[in-house]
Design a protein around this ligand. Structure first.
Ligand code: SAM
Length: 270
């Protein structure tokens, strides 16, 4: 008799990838590169300021906050923040980090449903998280239902939808990533991943295939998200930019290469 091992849940996979001591900065262009980070922080301040001007307060729901790198900026801008995390070690880190801060509440969201019932809120923020969620369109639809009039939605650091990108854009992006992996001394892992991706084979028990869900599939459909947000918000902006891990290739790509990544900034909920 063959016993098929139970398929791990998304929470278990996220916890394997984002476990105790996970370094959220390593391999995160939006944390490591000041051009991307500064624009993102500027957007967060603009979001909080704009909502406070309209609504007199800014209660933010921040999905998948990791270790709270951007929670700090939301709080500094004047928001009260509810952060969610699917990884228990990250929840513990956040609870300890913000234990004396009455402006931060931490939610352990084991299956991704708690965030969809955490409202009403003035704004939803998803930084480098939508591409981890298999049904990100369904999730965003439920999230924006919780945003009150005058509120906002912001996402950042998701890969642009691959079918809309040129083969040059895809090649530059993949080669830049591969070179960075080589620089980390991970030739074997880089090659193995490349071969698997080329064959389009996804292993539901392997966190490398399941955690970066839409990075290893087709990217995230920025146009579908824009269409979803447009009827609900008075202004929706898609910001496209080049993003890669290596500092040198980031600097070169910002000047010469096509965008790979996007953020969305939707303001003034109807
Ligand atoms: C790439 S990290 C980004 C962390 C943080 N936002 C940052 O930019 O530093 C993605 C995080 O989202 C969490 N995550 C993935 N899916 C989630 C979900 N549905 N709800 C809450 N957290 C989720 C993961 O555990 C992980 O910590």
């Amino acid at each position: 008799m063959t016993i098929t091992p139970a398929k791990p849940s998304m929470r278990e996979l996220q916890e394997r990838e984002h476990g105790i001591g996970h370094d959220y900065a390593k391999g995160s262009p939006h944390i490591r590169h000041h051009t991307i980070r500064d624009r993102l922080i500027g957007n967060l301040h603009a979001l909080v300021q704009g909502v406070i001007d309209r609504n007199g307060q800014c209660r933010v729901l921040e999905l998948g906050a990791g270790h709270g790198t951007f929670t700090d900026h939301l709080v500094a801008a004047g928001a009260q923040v509810t952060v969610t995390e699917m990884s228990e070690p990250s929840v513990r880190f956040l609870q300890s980090r913000f234990r004396r801060n009455p402006n931060v509440t931490v939610l352990y969201d084991k299956d991704g449903t708690a965030a969809c019932q955490a409202g009403p809120v003035d704004a939803v923020v998803c930084i480098s998280v939508l591409h981890h969620i298999p049904d990100y369109l369904g999730t965003v639809d439920q999230l924006i239902d919780q945003v009150v009039p005058g509120g906002a939605f912001l996402s950042a650091q998701d890969p642009l939808w691959y079918p809309r990108r040129s083969s040059l854009s895809m090649r530059l992006d993949r080669n830049a990533y591969f070179l960075w992996r080589l620089g980390q001394g991970q030739l074997r892992r880089g090659l193995a991943t490349r071969l698997r991706r080329r064959r389009g084979v996804y292993d539901e028990a392997n966190e490398a295939d399941m955690v970066e869900y839409h990075v290893v599939r087709d990217g995230v459909d920025e146009e579908a998200l824009r269409r979803l947000l447009a009827p609900a918000f008075k202004k929706v902006e898609v910001q496209q930019y080049w993003s890669t891990q290596s500092g040198l290739l980031q600097a070169a790509g910002e000047r010469f290469f096509p965008p790979t990544t996007f953020g969305l900034f939707a303001r003034d909920r109807r």
